[in-house]
Design a protein around this ligand. Structure first.
Ligand code: NAP
Length: 218
């Protein structure tokens, strides 16, 4: 089912790593990946569903197997998108530095751009081995229209100038769709059509995801 495992021999010049929980993946994520690919001249965008996110307060996260399956379904029609199982293969908490080290060892690309929500970047100072993280990648931090940089500025001043220069902010409307809202909609019986690809909608329905009695958590 997980069609894609990034070939060990792959070596792209500029590669995007799309990191997120993807619970579930939605059109916002896909649009963001495509816009980032276009704007930064990335040869590929590899989706890396988070395995066991250390930072999550929400106890009930859908199993990594299900999140991987939804991601695989969502990206399969786009030859510029791939998926890596690197995080879900790893047991224990998932740290981005370990993911980047592994992809770096595999020689995945010369210049790695880690694409994620600006909110995740707000917590960057708490990430494991943040110095090494900045050595291994640059960030594409996705903001919503009207995003307030007040809190972000406080974080940025604590980084070195070379680190700050490695964060590229990118505003896109895609992030107006949110996984939280999709889970809420499913729970309330509201439509999610046109917010997620039809294959993902079908998968959620068939497997009874996001209903208290139907969910399958880690
Ligand atoms: P999240 O809390 O699920 O998401 C934070 C915000 O960013 C949400 O609004 C989310 O929207 C959005 N978002 C998530 N992934 C995105 C993406 N690829 N592009 C644009 N927006 C995105 O974030 P997360 O999944 O926990 O963390 C993001 C990444 O940072 C993951 O790969 C995670 O492993 C990594 N991280 C690492 C550490 C560490 O190493 N210690 C700590 C924290 C995070 P949706 O809810 O709609 O997705």
């Amino acid at each position: 089912m997980f069609g894609m495992v990034v070939p060990a021999t792959a070596n792209w010049k500029k590669i995007g790593i799309m990191g997120g929980t993807f619970d579930p993946i939605h059109y916002g994520h896909l649009h963001i990946a495509e816009c980032s690919r276009h704007r930064f001249g990335l040869e590929k965008v590899i989706f890396v569903p988070a395995g066991n996110p250390v930072h999550k307060s929400r106890k009930s996260i859908t199993s990594s197997a299900r999140r991987m399956e939804m991601t695989a379904l969502a990206i399969r029609s786009n030859p510029n998108f791939d998926m890596s199982e690197v995080e879900v293969r790893r047991s224990g908490p998932t740290y981005t530095v370990d993911t980047l080290e592994e992809l770096h060892r595999e020689g995945i690309g010369d210049q790695i751009f880690f694409i994620t929500g600006a909110d995740a970047i707000l917590e960057i100072l708490t990430w494991k081995n943040v110095v090494r993280v900045f050595e291994l990648c640059e960030f594409i931090a996705i903001t919503r229209p009207g995003y307030s940089f007040k809190e972000m500025d406080r974080v940025l001043t604590k980084l070195t100038k070379p680190q700050r220069d490695r964060i590229h902010f990118n505003e896109t409307g895609g992030i107006l769709i949110s996984s939280t809202d999709i889970r809420r909609r499913v729970l309330c019986g509201e439509p999610i059509k046109y917010l997620v690809p039809p294959e993902v909608e079908g998968y959620i329905n068939e497997n009874g995801l996001y209903f208290p009695e139907g969910e399958e958590f880690e």
